[in-house]
Design a protein around this ligand. Structure first.
Ligand code: ZN
Ligand code: ZN
Length: 358
């Protein structure tokens, strides 16, 4: 089958023929219908996550069960959304209600299958979903209702679960609370959508790129602000001089974490959704940490339980209460995926989704 493969750090991803094993005990082969290109895929290419190569990219996808291994319970033909952090339900975190921190999911890549020339192949986050097919453990596939548009259902597996979970589970945004979102990629836009569904107001969207303004408003922002030196002042002007109750950092850098901190009110909360680098240090004054009484915490996979929350989001998608169209810049075929990667790296648009013919 064909997959989007990167051969080494900073190499250009290319479509290759690869081979996957048949599904083993408790595993499924899933035919992919649509897969999003996420910023974490860029982190796989630029080496931030120190993965092994050759590597199949992709971890945000919707598909259909095509074959089941011994003992797997899902029926062939079941529509599923893939889960890149399937919970083992047995480790300390799983037993204490934190399945998103499952100890079984620490590897950025897993060895699975081989390339056409017989090299050992790896797959991103146990999935490698920018491909015609994946072979995954059954608990990495969440059943969803039939009939969802695949390019929207795919986003439930990463950007939307992450964004909605950050708002609902991590920050627990309440009706009428003020929100600022820094960084308007797929996840940032999903945070805006979740903040609107939570009844937040105002919802201030922040990006360095003016071209994100219309996307931000379509996704749920009440106001768009350009990042820059006067950002904290502009945010205070819109929050009776205090700063926002909640700031969401969706970039993954020390500079934007610091910016999020500065535009949050005393006693407010900063939620870090972006995945930053190992050597990018955030500097905060000890007095500021004490006196500001702010909370700084991260949201890994939306502090969510995908087995419960993906079906909830799928139901909202089906009944129209969750509109993901503003998040999708366009759909492309697998052969156009390398060009879509370049557009993502340049910060153009929101989510590019690769779709596969029926
Ligand atoms: Zn992702
Ligand atoms: Zn676990």
């Amino acid at each position: 089958m064909r997959a989007l493969v990167v051969r080494g750090r900073d190499a250009t991803p290319a479509v290759e023929e690869v081979r996957l094993p048949a599904p083993g005990a408790g595993e499924l082969r899933v035919r992919i219908r649509a897969a999003g290109i996420c910023h974490s895929d860029l982190a796989m290419v630029n080496g931030t996550l120190a993965p092994a190569y050759p590597l199949v990219l992709g971890h945000e996808a919707a598909g259909v069960v095509a074959e089941t291994g011994p003992g797997a319970r899902l029926a062939v033909g079941t529509p599923v959304v893939l889960n890149w952090a399937p919970a083992c339900r047995a480790c300390w975190h799983c037993r204490h209600g934190e399945p998103w921190l499952c100890a079984a999911n620490t590897a950025p890549v897993v060895a699975r299958g081989e390339t056409a020339d017989g090299s050992r192949l790896h797959v991103t986050l146990g999935l490698g979903a920018l491909a015609e097919e994946v072979v995954v453990p059954e608990h990495a596939a969440v059943p969803v209702p039939a009939g969802l548009p695949p390019e929207r259902a795919a986003l439930l597996g990463c950007a939307v679960l992450t964004g909605s979970g950050a708002v609902r589970n991590t920050a627990r945004v309440a009706v009428g609370e003020s929100v600022a979102v820094i960084g308007l990629g797929g996840v940032g836009l999903a945070v805006l959508t979740a903040a609107r569904r939570a009844g937040a107001a105002p919802i201030l969207a922040v990006d360095v790129v003016e071209a994100k303004r219309n996307l931000a408003v379509a996704a749920g922002a009440t106001d768009f602000l350009r990042a820059g030196n006067t950002l904290a002042k502009k945010v205070r002007e819109r929050t009776e001089g205090r700063g926002v109750d909640h700031a969401f950092e969706c970039v993954g850098s020390a500079a934007t974490i610091h910016a999020a901190w500065r535009l949050t009110r005393r006693g407010g909360a900063v939620t870090v959704v972006g995945m930053g680098g190992r050597d990018d240090l955030v500097s905060l004054a000890a007095l500021d940490i004490f006196h500001s009484a702010r909370t700084l915490r991260s949201s890994v996979y939306g502090s969510s339980d995908p087995d419960r929350e993906v079906p909830e989001l799928a139901a909202a998608l089906a009944d129209g209460s969750l509109d993901l169209r503003p998040l999708i810049s366009g759909t492309v075929g697998l052969d156009e995926a390398p060009a879509a990667f370049d557009r993502l790296a340049r910060g153009e648009g929101a989510r590019w989704v690769v779709t596969f013919p029926d």
